[in-house]
Design a protein around this ligand. Structure first.
Ligand code: BEZ
Length: 328
């Protein structure tokens, strides 16, 4: 009797497919919080296309942007169980789990986007990624970034004194929260996709944001005062689930690493190149612009240091690497 008589047509089809495909052909999934138009999502798409092409169509990577798989905390949980294969994450969620990564958010660790790019490409920053498998169950493949952080507010702000008591939206992570508490503001954690409505309905008075997102999401329509402070860089990290990684062949690891690093590095280039032009775009809008620097935030910086010099052991080595970059 033929075995086919015991199998449904669907099962027969699945069996045939399994016999044709190599044993390790897989459909992977990559999650991220940014919308399809954002550069991080574009880079993820380019990475997926390259992997498909370079694996001769054997592997595919489906991209899930805009928090489709949940917020970053939920995505990290899925990565840890192996339910999600890869993600591009803000360092925010990573620093909530591995406090040493909070060092990357030291206020004025770097002064501008070029220094941020150089620091994220330094051995000191890259070595931080070695902590991720043991501490978070993730393999850190490389860094990307977004623009330097600025403040947009509904009423004019010339410096930290004008932020006192204001409900100020932050990306949900502790180093940023501690910085704004030190300025006297009332930090209000909100994920990126929730920010526009929160500004529109008056739930918040101000936001911590980069030039790029201010332009993409048109936040200036709801808060028309921009304080250019450049107070922090905003790294992103490309990760693969540790559980998924351990079952990958040497060739697949090599392919994912090489291709993901290339596209993450392209994100760094992109933000580096567009930062000044985006600043000019914002300056051309009908909004009020003020500027503040390290000296204006001196008290907040020193309060931040008191908390984070104990929590983030890599802070001195990152400061040293940043000092070398600034000196060159
Ligand atoms: C934010 O939370 O502000 C953010 C997240 C990802 C990209 C850019 C900004």
């Amino acid at each position: 009797m033929s075995i086919k008589r015991f199998l449904s047509p669907v099962m027969t089809g699945a069996l045939a497919l399994a016999m044709v495909l190599p044993a390790h052909a897989r459909d992977f999934r990559l999650g991220l919080i940014t919308p399809p138009s954002h550069q991080w999502t574009q880079a993820a798409e380019a990475f997926a296309n390259e992997v498909k092409e370079q694996s001769g169509g054997e592997h595919s990577i489906a991209i899930f942007p805009a928090q489709q798989l949940g917020n970053e905390a939920q995505m990290v949980q899925q990565l840890q169980t192996g339910a999600l294969d890869m993600a591009f994450l803000t360092i925010a969620e990573i620093s909530n789990r591995v406090p040493d990564f909070g060092a990357l958010y030291a206020p004025y660790l770097v002064d501008n986007i070029d220094q941020a790019a150089a620091l994220l490409r330094s051995d000191t920053a890259i070595e931080l990624l070695d902590q991720l498998p043991a501490e978070a169950g993730l393999v850190g493949v490389g860094y990307g970034m977004a623009g330097m952080r600025q403040v947009m507010s509904r009423t004019a702000a010339k410096g930290p004194q004008d932020l006192a008591g204001k409900k100020l939206r932050i990306t949900p992570f502790e180093p940023l929260r501690d910085f704004y508490i030190a300025t006297g503001a009332a930090p209000t954690p909100l994920p990126l996709p929730a920010v526009y409505d929160a500004l529109a309905n008056g739930q918040i008075d101000a936001i911590d944001m980069d030039f790029d997102s201010i332009l993409i999401f048109k936040f200036y329509e709801r808060a028309d005062n921009l304080l250019i402070s450049n107070h922090m860089m905003f790294p992103m990290v490309g990760v693969v689930s540790g559980r998924v990684w351990k079952d990958l062949s040497k060739e697949d690891r090599q392919l994912f690493q090489t291709s993901m690093r290339k596209h993450l590095d392209g994100v760094i280039d992109h933000f580096q190149q567009q930062e000044r032009q985006q600043e000019q775009q914002l300056r051309a809008l009908d909004i009020t612009i003020e500027e503040a620097g390290k000296d204006d935030f001196a008290t907040a910086i020193s309060d931040w240091e008191k908390i984070w010099s104990n929590k983030a052991k890599s802070l001195p080595s990152l400061r040293q690497a940043a000092a070398e970059i600034k000196a060159n």
